[in-house]
Ligand binder design. Structure first.
Ligand code: FAD
Length: 373
């Protein structure tokens, strides 16, 4: 498989696919290499909440990415739906934090230019969401919060990428980045070298291992998250509801997704039964009638975690023509459109609306121990 593209993208999650689409729309030839089917890993496992579950606690650098992404989702998902026939189901369903001690912080954030926030007493909370158990403390409502149905987003994005001319190579794992004389010019696979004038690494939780092979120490590690789902009568709840860090997300057809746990599980995606019990108990505390509702299924995914909480977006340290967009941890669906846009503008040498400095991998990672592999 000895072909050359302007850009090779390693990893077809939400970050890789969105980056590939931007580049293809700039007129560049793009190949995306994926060891499984596209969009199967963290991006499929996610809940699809398009904001942080405590947006007032988000680092200011991430808030800029979040706001830009949030604004872009309605048009992006409409375009995907019209072009592919797959509806990612973007919906402004609102978010309700029940029994929260965050009311003051939420109000201050809203007054300082964040989203609209309403503080609801117990009666108002029950009137709004009768199936939800109110707490002794007020509830916080964010009426503008939105969700997407991310498995559908990923299916739509994959198809949309192809319609935009991206060559998607599936079931071909990269064994390494091809670096010669300090310059990256492709991806090595079992089926040969896939050459590119530039390479983007967007391999999520697996990115650290690929960088280590070219001597770059990148602290991205996997944090496993587990999810379960129920089928309930449509309209049982309308909002994403959050309590004690767990959430329920109502899809439009009565599917109710519940998440999520967080544990350092290396690269295992097995869902232990005690995790299912933990999620079921949390769901029942939010919606008591779920106690009598069977859990229909479970899954898990690996979030790409990085220690300082900011993704790495930009040129990799000391290897020419290697770029990266990794480490979105819990917020990859909420941030990916703006992260991909920022990366592409950096690659193409354009000015950026968002300050790229806090995300620059070169300032935050160790230099290669071996410059030329
Ligand atoms: C349970 C759970 C719930 C979540 N909920 C939310 C949410 O509600 N909202 C939100 O914003 N975020 C959420 N997230 C976080 C979000 O899913 C991630 O931040 C995001 O999906 C990361 O995207 P990615 O493209 O970087 O990684 P991934 O989606 O993991 O994609 C990386 C891709 O690289 C491929 N790859 C890896 N190694 C190789 C190789 N050697 N060769 C070829 N391909 C390779 C993988 O197969 C994979 O397809 C959640 C995550 C989990 C696990």
């Amino acid at each position: 498989m000895n072909q050359t593209s302007d850009v090779v993208v390693l990893g077809a999650g939400v970050v890789g696919l969105m980056s590939a689409i931007h580049l293809a729309r700039e007129g560049l030839s793009v190949t995306i290499v994926e060891r499984r089917a596209r969009g199967r890993e963290a991006s499929r496992a996610a809940g699809g909440i398009l904001s942080s579950i405590k947006p007032w606690a988000l680092a200011s650098e991430l808030a800029a990415l979040a706001a830009q992404s949030e604004a872009s989702y309605p048009a992006l998902t409409a375009e995907i739906r019209d072009a592919t026939g797959i509806d990612p189901e973007w919906r402004r369903c609102g978010m309700l934090l029940v029994d929260s001690d965050q009311a003051i912080a939420a109000k201050q954030w809203s007054n300082a230019g964040g989203q609209r926030v309403e503080i609801l007493d117990m009666n108002a909370s029950v009137t709004l969401e009768p199936a939800v158990q109110p707490g002794s403390r007020p509830a916080i409502r964010l009426p503008d919060a939105a969700q997407i149905r991310n498995p559908r987003l990923m299916d739509g994005l994959g198809k949309f990428a192809e319609l935009n001319g991206v060559r998607v190579v599936e079931y071909v794992g990269a064994c390494g980045l091809f670096v010669r004389n300090g310059r990256c010019s492709g991806v090595s696979t079992d089926e040969g070298l896939i050459r590119g004038d530039r390479v983007i690494l967007s391999a999520g939780a697996w990115s650290g291992a690929l960088l280590a092979r070219v001597g770059i120490s990148c602290p991205v590690t996997p944090i496993r998250g587990q999810m379960i789902w129920y089928r309930v009568p449509r309209g049982t709840v309308e909002h994403i509801v959050i309590r004690d860090g767990y959430y329920v997300i109502p899809r439009s057809d009565g599917v109710l997704v519940v998440g999520s746990t967080a544990d350092a599980a290396e690269f295992s995606e097995v869902t232990p039964s005690e995790m299912v019990r933990q999620l079921h108990d949390a769901a029942t505390r939010i919606i008591p009638q779920l106690d009598r509702t069977p859990v229909r299924g479970q899954w898990s995914g690996l979030r790409p975690w990085c220690p300082d909480g900011l993704p790495y977006i930009g040129a990799a340290p000391d290897v020419d023509r290697l770029f990266m967009c990794v480490g979105h941890h819990r917020n990859g669906m909420a941030l990916a459109p703006a992260s991909a846009r920022l990366l592409i503008n950096i690659m193409l040498g354009r000015s950026t609306r968002i300050d790229p400095a806090p995300f620059d991998p070169r300032a935050r990672m160790a230099a290669p121990a071996v410059a030329d592999l």
